[in-house]
Design a protein. Structure first.
Ligand code: SF4
Length: 195
């Protein structure tokens, strides 16, 4: 139930810090020989599951043009942060894989530095912030008719312990009819649909 304190928080008081935080962090994304688009691609590839690490999925996730993504991928490859490989069993399909250098630079991700500040917030504030941001993001994605790219474990096709006897399990993807490991369940997916 809303109380008087809640009524004193205007939408502007939330939008402005969000905008300012994004600007401050974006400014730091020009360090380490990278730019904001390249950081976004590295973060995506670090979170994506094995069905979602293609140039096409990256293009959909970032909502950019094919040409822009192609430039970003070429730059990351040239700098040694990612490498291209043929998808197993599909010679014409390409996967983008982080190199050890790519994984190592992610430790310096400017957005990760914000995590320390978030840890300092109380548990109740963190829970409310997480819930509010999740709802805002879901609303924006729905309005733009964009793919959710959510966590596998929250997908309507995810069946917990659906492949418990399978060494590649224990979970199951009903859409792709494939086993999912515990690590897979915590990755994001191009085919994700909210449960
Ligand atoms: S369960 Fe959903 S999110 Fe997970 S792999 Fe299948 S389609 Fe992707």
């Amino acid at each position: 139930m809303a109380n008087d304190d809640d009524d004193e928080v205007s939408a502007e008081m939330i939008v402005w810090p969000l905008e300012r935080l994004a600007r401050l962090i974006r400014a730091r994304e020009h360090e380490d020989a990278l730019n904001p688009a390249q950081w976004e691609a590295l973060r995506y590839l670090d979170r994506a599951n094995g069905f979602s690490n293609s140039p096409g999925a990256l293009t959909q996730y970032l909502g950019a043009t094919k040409g822009t993504i192609s430039q970003t991928v070429m730059a990351l490859e040239r700098k040694g942060f990612i490498t291209k490989a043929a998808r197993e069993g599909e010679k014409r399909s390409v996967t983008l894989v982080l190199t050890p250098k790519g994984k190592s630079v992610l430790a310096k991700d400017p957005w990760k530095q914000l995590a320390g500040g978030i840890d300092d917030l109380g548990g109740k504030t963190r829970r409310r912030l997480a819930k509010g941001l999740k709802e805002l993001l879901a609303g924006e994605l729905k309005r733009g008719k964009l793919k959710s790219f959510g966590l596998c474990a929250s997908c309507r096709f995810f069946r917990e312990k659906g492949r418990s006897a399978d060494s590649a399990g224990p979970h199951h993807c009903m859409l792709l009819n494939l086993p999912l490991s515990a690590a897979d369940s915590q990755r994001i997916c191009v085919e994700h649909e909210p449960g």
